[in-house]
Design a protein around this ligand. Structure first.
Ligand SMILES: NC(=O)c1ccc[n+]([C@@H]2O[C@H](COP(=O)([O-])OP(=O)(O)OC[C@H]3O[C@@H](n4cnc5c(N)ncnc54)[C@H](OP(=O)(O)O)[C@@H]3O)[C@@H](O)[C@H]2O)c1
Length: 215
């Protein structure tokens, strides 16, 4: 497929771009915010497109038939950016994907996004989970062929290649490497049994491909 990666310069985004390009099954368009990031994307095997979720970005959806949304405002910005990027940016991306007839939409969400109340007393975490929740609900209602991927806490450790994954939202405590999350995002594109599904995952005991097939 011809895949647009939104948030391509992010930690998970970069690994995702690399894996997509290496798979030789996909063409990759990497959505980045700054022209100085373009060379890196080309080195990874992607065609860069400069666009910002907080501005006009519909043109980024030309010539693609799948989208991976891996952007996020990050922990160092205020709640206004969480709303603008994680919620409103994602919702706009979903609407553009619908308008353009995109065949697959993979959303990198977060464990807990089905129930923001698990944030407890943390207003910032609650706001973040609510933003992810709203975007996920919009995607589910969009009619797009989606998969929502909800990992536990992300780490930069080496990939293990193994996960525990389920459609049951158990809000497990746990971590998962960004490399393994990227592998799941890439695998999800062509995994037909993940159509219209939301999965929650942490690192675990099951090889990624086998675990996803059993969902
Ligand atoms: N951290 C965790 O434990 C955790 C757990 C579960 C889920 N997640 C989610 O996983 C996703 C990826 O996490 P990560 O740590 O790999 O992310 P990251 O390294 O912070 O990367 C986020 C990317 O989003 C891009 N971005 C931010 N604002 C944007 C905008 N207005 N327009 C376009 N792109 C924009 C950034 O662009 P620049 O490179 O230009 O800054 C960056 O490339 C996030 O959505 C996060 O919420 C995180």
């Amino acid at each position: 497929m011809h895949v647009l990666v939104i948030g391509a310069n992010g930690t998970t985004g970069r690994i995702t771009v690399k894996k997509l390009a290496e798979s030789e099954q996909h063409l990759v368009k990497a959505m980045i915010r700054k022209s100085e990031q373009a060379g890196d994307m080309e080195d990874l095997g992607a065609r860069p497109i400069i666009a910002d979720l907080e501005q006009a970005f519909k043109y980024a959806f030309e010539d693609v038939n799948a989208v991976i949304f891996a952007a996020g405002s990050g922990p160092d910005t205020g709640t206004d950016k969480t709303t603008a990027v994680d919620r409103d940016g994602a919702i706009k991306a979903i609407d553009f994907a619908k308008e353009k007839g995109i065949e697959r939409f993979i959303m990198l969400s977060s464990m807990g996004a089905d129930d923001p109340s698990i944030a407890g007393d943390s207003d910032t975490f609650h706001h973040y989970l609510q933003a992810k929740h709203d975007a996920d609900v919009h995607l589910k209602q969009s009619g797009l062929n989606y998969t929502i991927v909800r990992p536990g806490a992300l780490t930069d450790d080496e990939a293990t290649g193994k996960i525990d994954v389920s459609e049951e939202m158990k809000h497990r405590e746990g971590e998962i490497t960004r490399e393994d999350v990227a592998a799941v995002l890439v695998e999800s594109i062509l995994c037909t049994n993940l159509h219209h599904k939301t999965i929650e995952m942490v690192n675990g005991d099951h090889p990624i491909k086998d675990a996803l097939k059993e969902i």
